[in-house]
Design a binder for this molecule. Sequence first.
Ligand code: IMP
Ligand code: MG
Length: 200
Amino acid sequence: MAMSQEQLTVERPTGLESWRDAPPVLFSAEKVSRRVRTLAREIAAARSDRPLTLAVVLRGAFVFAADLIRALIEIGVRDLTVEFLSVASYRGMASDRTRPDVHYVNGIFPGEGRDVLVVEDIIDRGHTLEAIERALSSHCERLRVCALLDRPHLREVPIGPHHVGFTLDTDDFVVGYGLDLDGRYRELPYLGRLPAPPRA
Ligand code: IMP
Ligand code: MG
């Protein structure tokens, strides 16, 4: 089927002419910002009386987490602490991509008596989130998950976030706003998409 000229035109971000090969826009910076502020209200409405720890999953969630924290503070959420995790799926013969390792950046995870909200960039097959839940669930009162992006159609384990920024129904690889492809594009202020999914 022939595509119209309009369909062939790819929206490019404005003000980013100096970015070479800037990926097309999936969600603009303004749209992301509005959604993050709405998410903050949803999270505040669903929280308990217990103090809250945000467990930020490095590195892809760092921009999202920074904006989310400021949005939470702006609407009056207090009793908030921030911790960092990193998740590594090693490649090679000894690796098991379905059981990535979770590392606490501060050595131990101080979640006793607190609610923990995992802040993740994107949930795909679900193995990363499953490993995080396995690692944290016995170290806090209540574990919940907030993901900027969710791609439920690629899920391999029955798991899902409680709060979602945007649900995707395509296989496009998403970059920008903290998300990278081999270390590139994290600095883009919007969420862009790359057509070829370079997944393992
Ligand atoms: P999974 O849910 O275990 O398949 O893996 C999710 C992780 O893969 C995320 O935390 C990201 O680090 C990475 N990832 C998956 N899809 C994308 C994408 O479209 N862009 C950037 N990173 C991605
Ligand atoms: Mg990630």
